[in-house]
Design a protein around this ligand. Structure first.
Ligand code: WQD
Length: 338
């Protein structure tokens, strides 16, 4: 089976490519390197012994895409390629709408024209906003998005659902990630934020390694066990395995024309301080952090109801918070070698 992975050199994409190759899929990667580095391709080869076919193409370049689809018989697509910074999307919303929506539009057009049946789409728990009930299940309706990034994910899921309802040969799944963290056990691939990290864990590891002076903890007055905000952190290797389960489900599914969506989290909520404590204990170091005001756009608490993924995809997370923190630290230290 030949799978096209858009954004396949990115954080989640690269870990999913490793899983696909380990399960004997042939992988074609399209990535414009806007949020990744070419050495990740070398390291995927080091991990798997296979160098995936790679095209440095922007998904808005229909001509470039035409070349890829004419050169390969693609059995399915896993679509990661999108901008994903919440704070950047607030500052530059139309960069997000243009890239995230038009890229997906192009992918769907080629699926239609080239008769490709299966797609797994990279969505996000931000589609829920601040849920009224926790754990949040897939039955929860979308609330008003708190930022343009989240809105592009809500609109994208709607586009995918309508496309599948229109084209009765296609099957698709949206995976709603909670908070992906950590790195591959080899410490050869991991999170590679460009510039100052938005996200908590890369900021923690950059503080620990001395790139950043100190970590700001945004908010100590939330209505939680220790006053800091709660998220459902999931090991990126667990998340990669969920994509394989989703892709196999589409291939095997009897129902020839369905759109499904699944939460991909651990079902456990951890606070910012829980994460910091895990990082310090498992890596035997002390972090320099200070409490600051809440960050605009942040929600107080979210964690996943995991029943549907377990029942339908036969997938559940296996890695602990300590695993996530030790793998993140190993990767940060190893980055000095690339
Ligand atoms: C987590 C917690 C911050 C940085 C976003 C996207 C989501 C997904 C993951 C793509 C919050 C706190 C953070 C820092 C801090 N991305 N924090 N100091 O905002 O939950 O989710 O990234 O799929 O879609 O919305 O993740 O890591 O930015 O924040 O205290 O320097 O850590 O306030 O409570 P977030 P995050």
């Amino acid at each position: 089976m030949k799978v096209l992975v858009t954004g396949g050199l990115g954080y989640i994409g690269s870990h999913t490519v490793v899983e696909l190759i380990a399960n004997n899929y042939e992988v074609v990667i399209i990535d414009n390197l806007s949020n990744s580095e070419i050495f990740i391709l070398d390291n995927i080869e080091k991990i798997t012994g296979v160098r995936p076919i790679f095209y440095n193409i922007n998904l808005l370049d229909s001509q470039g895409l035409e070349e890829v689809f004419n050169s390969h018989k693609i059995d399915g697509i896993i679509h990661f390629a999108a901008f994903k910074s919440v704070s950047e999307s607030v500052k530059n919303p139309f960069k997000y709408y243009n890239n995230n929506l038009n890229s997906l539009m192009n992918v769907l057009n080629f699926m239609n024209n080239k008769n490709i049946k299966n797609i797994v789409f990279s969505s996000s728990c931000t589609v829920y906003g601040q849920p009224d009930k926790l754990p949040v299940s897939e039955a929860e309706p979308f609330k008003k998005a708190t930022n343009p990034y989240a809105k592009t994910k809500q609109i994208s899921e709607g586009m995918l659902e309508d496309f599948i309802n229109f084209n009765d040969r296609v099957r698709g799944i949206s995976l709603r990630y909670f908070n992906p963290v950590g790195a591959h056990d080899s410490a050869l691939i991991g999170e590679l934020p460009k510039g100052i990290p938005d996200n908590l864990v890369p900021y923690i590891t950059q503080t620990a390694v001395g790139i950043r002076e100190e970590l700001s903890v945004f908010g100590k007055d939330y209505n939680t066990h220790d006053g800091t905000a709660i998220r459902d952190y999931i090991h990126v290797e667990d998340l990669a395995k969920a994509h394989l389960k989703a892709f196999n489900f589409l291939n095997d599914s009897e129902d020839k024309n369905n759109y499904e969506f699944f939460n991909v989290g651990t079902g456990i909520g951890y606070s910012v301080l829980d994460v910091i404590n895990s990082f310090e204990n498992i890596n035997n170091l002390k972090l320099n952090f200070f409490f600051k005001d809440r960050r605009d756009g942040d929600i107080e608490e979210i964690y996943s109801d995991v029943k549907k993924s377990k029942k339908v995809l036969k997938w559940k997370s296996e890695r602990s918070l300590d695993d996530m923190m030790s793998s993140a630290w190993r990767w940060q230290k190893n980055l000095a070698n690339f």
